[in-house]
Design a protein around this ligand. Sequence first.
Ligand code: ADP
Length: 531
Amino acid sequence: MLSLAVLATTHSMLVDYRIRQREYLLAISRALTAELDLGDVLRIIVQASVEFISARAGVIILADPTDKVFRVAAVYGLPRPQFDDLAPLLQGLSYSGHDIETAVMPALNEQMKRIAQAVDLPQLLRLPLMSGEMIIGLIYLFQTEEVRFSRDLANLLQSFADQAAIAVKNARLYQQVNAEKQRLDAILNQSADGVMILDARLEILVFNAALSRMVGWKTDEAIGRLHHEVIQWEQRRTEVDLEEALDNGWPPPGAAHLYVEGTALRPDGEMISLGITYAPLLSDHGRMTNIIANVRDLTRFREEEQLHKTFISVISHELKTPVSIIKGYAGTLRRHEANWPREVLDEYLAVIEEESDRLTDLIDNLLEASRLQSGAFKLEMGADIDLIKLATDSVRRFSSQTDHHRFEINFPPDFPLVIGDERRLIQVFNNLISNAIKYSPGGRYIRIWGEVEPQRVTISVSDEGIGIPEYEQRRIFQQFSRLDNALSRKTEGSGLGLFLTKAIVEAHGGRIWFTSNGPQPGTTFTFSLPR
Ligand code: ADP
């Protein structure tokens, strides 16, 4: 058993054999430094070390830096299961100590000897693979007969082992860098924010999945393009874009970020609100090598902002109108010089009452909407709600406000009672019926009917009014959304009615939608409630 051959040579070795060995060593060193896959490197090392001394078989035992456990890493010339019994022994091998003769080592050598004898290769040689003071592995070589090693050959073998240790370290470093890159790629791709990396010429090098979804460019189509081909600003809220900033000398020394915000055009023609932060990456000499761009979709944020603005304008308009009417009528009535006849008093007071009701409704709606947003919207459920009665009451309430509409109410005789929040269901009927009146100034019939299905009941309200384009299906139920048509501009409304109606119906477990009344104008709103 040799740790490294230290016996002087007794039988002569041919000179050309030595030369061949040196050449062989050189060739292997080259191969080892070229190879970066750890598995391949280990295969080359074990095979080369066997051939190097004309041995028969070899095994490499290597410490895994992640858990610091030694394992059989490569075998040559013998079946691998031959070394299965080593595992428990290897567990105890010291990774960090520079003394290789730990308590375990003799036991390991013994075990190796047993294997060597079992396969009839009794001559055993051990080469440590060192990294500085640390043993990172061991190579065992098996030979048929006693061969004596010269000091020279021993040195050669050690330098071969040193090369091998370097190759293992390199391959591991490469593996680590690769794993790190994969991790970074994964982080980039999992990131909910859009990320792209540009080179100094503004060519896109990296383009993550979130950005691809955001701006509608496929990753592989965006990569290789110039920044301005993919980010096409339609309207900017900030002064300059990236290209202009670069022309103006961005980045300044100290490398400040650049923020650009605005509306950009997607390839599918849609507009999207983006906020992009550009961070320059500078070389040691201060030259910009890359730009990292963080892209955020601000569409929802802008929508919210818009909603806020609409809210303010709706509130100011819708609240002010009745208040100024009430103030006007009250002011007129208060004039001392006038002695108002009874009919005028009645008429004026009725207007004040009506406008006060409208104000109350609007304030109620606003409160409901804010409850809905804060999650404080709760139904007060009651049993045995008679939807036919609710429909009839609502029609009675509104029919006084119109003289040219005709109402038809149609429910099958077996129409069931339902469970629900009566006050809110009244609101649903009121909203749908008042809309049917409001948006059908030229229409005549307003029909309300019910249908019974096995799982649910549906109620429809149809008018012969101006109609709603089918594509407004989603928008119409959003808060403050009013369609931009002549009638909406003329009639009063907050755009809260359908928003609340939908919320109420859905809170009951139902659904609401509308259909256009075929070729003739008009709309049918239908909602369902579970039975
Ligand atoms: P409001 O009536 O207060 O504006 P709603 O939420 O009830 O708000 O309705 C939103 C918009 O939907 C209305 O502004 C109107 O443009 C449209 N709309 C609602 N009901 C009808 C209908 N029956 N026919 C035509 N358009 C309607």
